[in-house]
Design a protein around this ligand. Sequence first.
Ligand SMILES: Nc1ncnc2c1ncn2[C@@H]1O[C@H](COP(=O)(O)OP(=O)(O)OP(=O)(O)O)[C@@H](O)[C@H]1O
Length: 466
Amino acid sequence: MGLSLPDPKGHQRDVVFLNERGHCVVLGTAGSGKTTMAVHRAHYLATAPGIGGRTLLVTFNKALVTYLRGMSAASTNLQIETYHTFARGYLAHRTKASVRICKSKKQMVERALEETRVRHPSRAVIHRPLDFFLDELHWMVGHGIVDQQAYVEGRARRVGRGRPLQQPDREVVFEVYQRYVQLRAEAGYEYDFDNMASTVLGALKVDPTKRLYRHVVVDEGQDFTPEMIRSLAAAIPGDGSLTFFGDYAQQIYGSRMSWRALGLHVSNVVEFAHNYRNSRQVAQLAQSLSDMPHFKDDVDLVQPTGAAADGPKPTILETAGKEEQLVQAASNALALGADRQVAILMRTRVHEDKLRSLLDRGRVPIHRLHRELARWTDEPGVFYGTYSAAKGFEFDSVILPFCDADELPKPSEVEAHGLDEAKAREARQLYVAITRARTDLIMLHSSKLTGLLPQEMSDLYVRVSL
Ligand SMILES: Nc1ncnc2c1ncn2[C@@H]1O[C@H](COP(=O)(O)OP(=O)(O)OP(=O)(O)O)[C@@H](O)[C@H]1O
């Protein structure tokens, strides 16, 4: 096929080569080849004689676009970009004006919240943290529920374990939303990153012109809002196709959602259950993490059936203090990074500068994982960044400092969503981080180990104290 990627096997073949019309949903466990098959599928749809047409391969962030471009063979019919690049381009084309996106949403919602607090000082909900409101607004707008009555009456089904908000509380949240929209308009912005999708969808519904793309392929689809997917479905013609690849065990942005809310017309969902990436030992740890009670909910998870070759058991390393965790992470990474790709992943960016200064003492290439990543390399070296920045990538070895109970779940998530919901969300973050490792996995802590990992007595890892 002109691609230096593994050839599709089993169900992978069904997805890559069939159904060049209509919608197809592929749910796959971590490392099951979703990204690889998304590239194959997009290449096939762009180039196959007779059915080929302009194809859009769309993914979540710019770093993944860089990664996907590195995997694909160039074709004039294949465009690879983020959702927001697509949305911005379409809106600019339709409105013949430049599309400015508001980047100070957080500050504006904070101001709207402060003002609403003054009006309703006795309402408990108004004293919840800003992150709670940002999350709720993301859910509303992402589902296209911005009508007061529809939101307040809570007609849409919610996924997740948080207690549903009562109607009077929703009225207050809606006031915050309305005030934010007003503030954004006053600052001269029509769009933010969440509401563009509904505008694109609305415009496409009444757009009689020929569609630019015949086929759309979505990778990391679990982190797209329903409105984003609906707008992509509206962007293809009647004889076109939309193929959605996702893993709801890896949904790490906002409240949990189900593919059933996307409004796609699918007769059957294809599941990829074989894990081609992780060693059996890494896959077993990830599997038992996802079997823990706080991980379970009513969103579709694919049970993995097999893993790659055997490897060493994951190691849990206990150090004397938090500083020492970074020192150990850096020295292990520099030793391993001489002949393979190693990633040091953390839940937040707080310790990145300190880590960088430790890594710069070595002689190994160092790369920070972030959205502006300009080039993907297959060469050995050390990569570092957050769990979310590593989404979609893979490394020979992964090192996770700060697996302490007071770091995971992240305290601000507990404050915003309560312990149960925070555990459900943060376990998905940790799941993403763990499943980036092909062979070696080292987790560090210096105080009580996070409760997101399976029981200490489990035989899934080796414990070492320094
Ligand atoms: N049919 C196959 N034969 C051999 N290797 C494969 C096959 N399919 C995928 N792989 C390999 O498995 C690894 C994981 O693939 P990929 O990154 O596409 O999985 P994914 O499902 O997107 O993972 P994640 O969701 O965890 O990011 C890659 O190294 C890829 O080359």
